[in-house]
Design a protein around this ligand. Structure first.
Ligand code: FAD
Length: 603
């Protein structure tokens, strides 16, 4: 069975040494509770819960899957008990507002715990995972009554939430949804329609499920401007606020899928189900975005968690597995062969995983600080800046970390050789589980359009400039520091190129809008690599300073500098290919006619 130890030392490095979380928390209202001791205790306890409670259920949950019987869904053995422990431990309410029964700790702290959950049992983590987004949507857009009825229960974890967007004929293009909401005499609505692929749509972990559903009012305008958001409980809350009568929503079937078998992916049938409008009519998509943005960061963290899990197990295997001798001669002459970690190609795979895990962690924790400031910051200029960076980085966190997460888990299988392909080792499960992260919450293609089209080009490049200016300032500050030259020189060059590439696409797009779509995924990947380069440069600087100060953890800090060097020399050159593809433009993609594609007709 795979093992996992939460990367507490690395978390401390990024949080305390690199990003100065203690000062960040001290400045946040409510954050002063998150003293270094409290944070350390929470992380250690979270690490224990992930390893001791969730990890042992990961493989069994994958093999057992969920069961639908008489309309009720049973999650795999042990999932319900683990969820009870999670609720009793107060984990769901960690970062929620005290007004709604939460502990008021910063969001970033919950995101760190989320990495541990995703690393040990992604399928389980998706049951509570969607509740945070549902609670957020109700907190921002729900009426007082809706908040009183649903929010506290979601925050406590007694009830869980879902997000019901997708229908059989539409996932990306929600303007096409057919689910209808008809007003009733008492001010509620009857919701009728079919939603598919609904994560945790039905299960036995909690006593009630709160569905947030997109539907159209009878007089709604066509397309995405005519979508409204409704809250639809599985059981109608009674006068005491407890689950009462069963509502007209039921799970029709469970999807059989490639991964996350322990999570119930449901077809949900709404049959005149009683629902209540959340936010203004026809503004449902905007309200749902609150939930989707939180969920997008959450999916990026899934990519990170799986990368770390795969890396730890591949590393342990590479130390033990003996095959062949090093090309330069025996490294473990007392053994019949050398451990495979001596081979350069195995080290390439391990270091790729390690760099994406550490780089991804820095990116998540950097972005998490922006989220804290957006949610709780007191200074309006600071909040505005954090909002710009958060919105710029969210598609990068979501899509880049899941793309490289899939690569990293695949490399994990490769390190194990044929054994990686065998179920028992658990490495193939990580690949299967990670595959969905590139798809749901908006595919990589859609995140890329969001980044390039909405975030960068629509702001005339202003949002990007906020970030590239920060990188520029860092590079300027290191001018003349010979120890940092190997990082700063290439970073400064890429930072300038990032702006030039953006301008180039913007110019071409004025003549042909298809240029945006043609460049978008390469642009997103390019942006991800440069962003991680900036963070690795900062990490290297921090490590060099610690060593210069005479730290007694030389191996830890040396590893930071050497991992940064590996990243710059072996992964960052991928930006060259992405830049060339961006510059190649739309022509090679659009040149083939439908007939030439072999379709035999024009579209
Ligand atoms: C296991 C699982 C769990 C899920 N959980 C939930 C959930 O809880 N709630 C929920 O509502 N949904 C959920 N989904 C649905 C998921 O979010 C969608 O599958 C996803 O958004 C893609 O939609 P689609 O499958 O309809 O693909 P489509 O929208 O049909 O897209 C097909 C392909 O076309 C591309 N494409 C589409 N439009 C464009 C465009 N304009 N430009 C460029 N490329 C484009 C896409 O990137 C994709 O590659 C889940 C799905 C799965 C498989």
């Amino acid at each position: 069975m795979p093992d996992y130890q939460a990367p507490l030392r690395d978390l401390r490095f990024v949080m305390d040494e690199m990003l100065d979380y203690p000062a960040h928390y001290a400045r946040l209202p409510g954050g002063e509770e998150a003293t270094p001791d409290v944070v350390a205790a929470i992380l250690e306890e979270g690490a224990r819960f992930a390893r001791e409670v969730l990890l042992p259920l990961n493989q069994s949950g994958d093999q057992e899957g969920c069961l639908l019987e008489g309309g009720e869904v049973k999650a795999p053995k042990g999932f319900k008990e683990a969820y009870q422990q999670y609720v009793e431990g107060g984990w769901p309410s960690l970062a929620a507002e005290p007004a709604h029964g939460g502990q008021g700790l910063p969001h970033s702290l919950a995101m760190v715990l989320s990495e541990m959950i995703c690393a040990t049992n992604l399928a389980w983590g998706m049951y509570p995972g969607l509740s945070h987004g549902a609670a957020d949507a109700l907190r921002h857009h729900g009426t007082e009554e809706q908040q009183a009825t649903y929010l506290t229960k979601l925050v406590e974890g007694v009830w869980t939430g879902t997000m019901c967007l997708t229908e059989p004929h539409c996932g990306t293009d929600l303007g096409l949804i057919k689910t209808r909401a008809v007003p009733t005499a008492d001010g509620a609505y009857e919701i009728t329609g079919t939603k598919i692929f609904i994560s945790a749509g039905e299960h036995d972990l909690a006593e009630n499920i709160v569905h947030l559903v997109l539907a159209k009012l009878p007089d709604a305008p066509e397309g995405s401007k005519g979508i409204s958001l409704f809250v639809v409980p599985k059981f109608m809350p009674d006068a005491g606020g407890n689950p009462g009568e069963r509502n007209g929503v039921a799970c029709g079937s469970l999807e059989h899928k490639m991964g996350i078998h322990g999570n119930a992916t449901c077809v949900m049938n709404f049959d005149a189900a009683r629902g209540f409008l959340v936010g203004p009519p026809n503004k449902g998509l905007a309200c749902m975005f609150t939930m989707m943005n939180a969920a997008r960061l959450g999916v990026g963290i899934q990519g990170l968690g799986l990368t770390e899990a795969s890396f730890q197990n591949a590393l342990a295997y590479a130390r033990d597995r003996l095959q062949m001798r090093a090309l330069s001669g025996p490294q473990a002459p007392e053994k019949p062969a050398d451990p495979i970690i001596v081979h350069p190609d195995v080290r390439r795979m391990l270091l790729t995983q390690k760099a994406f895990a550490e780089g991804g962690r820095m990116l998540v924790l950097y972005t998490a600080q922006m989220l804290d400031v957006v949610e709780h910051g007191q200074d309006s200029a600071e909040r505005e800046r954090a909002e710009t960076l958060l919105s710029l980085l969210t598609p990068i966190v979501k899509a880049f970390l899941t793309e490289v997460g899939f690569e990293a888990t695949n490399e994990g299988v490769q390190v194990f050789g044929g054994h990686g392909f065998i179920q028992e080792w658990g490495m193939e499960q990580l690949v299967r589980d990670s595959r969905i992260t590139r798809l749901y919450e908006g595919t990589t293609g859609i995140q890329a359009l969001d980044l390039l089209g909405r975030k960068v080009l629509m702001s005339q490049g202003e949002s990007l400039k906020v970030f590239t200016k920060e990188i520029h300032k860092f590079c300027k500050g290191e001018e003349g520091n010979a120890d940092m030259a190997e990082f700063v020189a290439p970073l400064a060059k890429l930072n300038a190129e990032w702006g030039e590439l953006t301008m180039g696409i913007g110019m071409k797009a004025m003549k042909d809008r298809e240029e945006v779509g043609a460049a978008s995924v390469d642009y997103l990947m390019y942006s991800g690599y440069v962003t991680l380069a900036y963070l690795f440069a900062r990490a290297a600087k921090q490590a060099q300073q610690a060593m210069a100060g005479g730290s007694d953890e030389a191996a830890f800090y040396q590893a930071k500098v050497k991992t940064a060097r590996f990243y710059f020399q072996r992964l960052l050159p991928r930006t060259r290919a992405h830049a060339q593809c961006i510059q190649a433009g739309a022509e090679p993609l659009m040149a083939l006619s439908a007939e030439e594609f072999g379709l035999g007709f024009e579209i």
